[in-house]
Design a protein around this ligand. Structure first.
Ligand code: CA
Ligand code: CA
Length: 233
């Protein structure tokens, strides 16, 4: 039986036996009943009912007190923002896992990772080294990529191989054999049918020049970025 039903039953009992007012007062204040009133139907029985009422009053006070504690416990306010913070933290972890990254030693620019070699090699062996690193000699496809490459080259070596080569009179990128669309040849370059590989050179402001493939230069490899999740696999 629920608490309020208990209270109603007790009130009915005490209505007959008296002490309703004192019962309420006792429940409310937690003090013992002081009444000397007799019950309505059992006049003179107040001595017995007084003890019973005292006991019931104490029990009710304890019960109400416990219920109050429960309510307080259940209604404890949630710390604002905790759930949102947790969601936000999970989202950040997810974003970090999906974020495209480059391995240590590689530089990231837009969707690519670039490796600026510290050693020199012939063009074909430079490409071979790039392939060993799951990449190819750089394919420069836009003015912005070209500018970024120039800036990196300026702080390292004066000359570097890039991925363009001439095959049967046609220039192509070694990574996908596609023809050159964007170019940044230096003035009057490419100028020699016997120079079939392209490099960038400080004296021509890091623009492109065709030169013999057997020369040895440092080089630039390029590959797509991968998500951290993919790298961990
Ligand atoms: Ca590129
Ligand atoms: Ca040339």
């Amino acid at each position: 039986m629920k608490l309020y039903q208990n209270i109603v039953v007790l009130i009915v009992i005490f209505a007959f036996c008296g002490d309703v007012g004192n019962l309420i007062n006792s429940v409310w204040t937690g003090q013992e009943m002081r009444s000397q009133n007799s019950g309505l139907l059992l006049p003179g029985a107040h001595a017995i009912w007084g003890h019973v009422a005292k006991l019931v009053a104490k029990t009710l006070v304890r019960s109400v007190s416990r219920t109050g504690k429960k309510i307080t416990k259940n209604k404890r306010p949630r710390i604002k923002g905790t759930h949102e913070d947790e969601q936000s933290r999970k989202q950040k972890d997810q974003d970090r896992a999906n974020e495209n990254t480059c391995e240590p030693g590689w530089l990231k620019y837009k969707g690519s990772c670039y490796f600026f070699s510290k050693n020199s090699n012939t063009w074909i062996n430079a490409e071979r080294e790039c392939r060993q690193k799951s990449s190819n000699l750089v394919k420069i496809e836009s003015a912005s990529e070209n500018i970024w490459i120039k800036r990196q080259a300026e702080v390292t070596h004066d000359q570097r191989w890039i991925g363009a080569r001439e095959v049967h009179g046609q220039w192509e990128w070694v990574s996908d054999l596609s023809p050159l669309t964007f170019t940044s040849w230096a003035v009057n370059e490419p100028n020699n049918a016997k120079e079939n590989c392209a490099h960038i050179h400080k004296v021509i402001s890091y623009n492109w020049n065709d030169i013999k493939c057997s020369k040895r230069f440092n080089f630039i490899c390029e590959k797509s970025t991968v998500s951290l999740k993919e790298r961990i696999k």
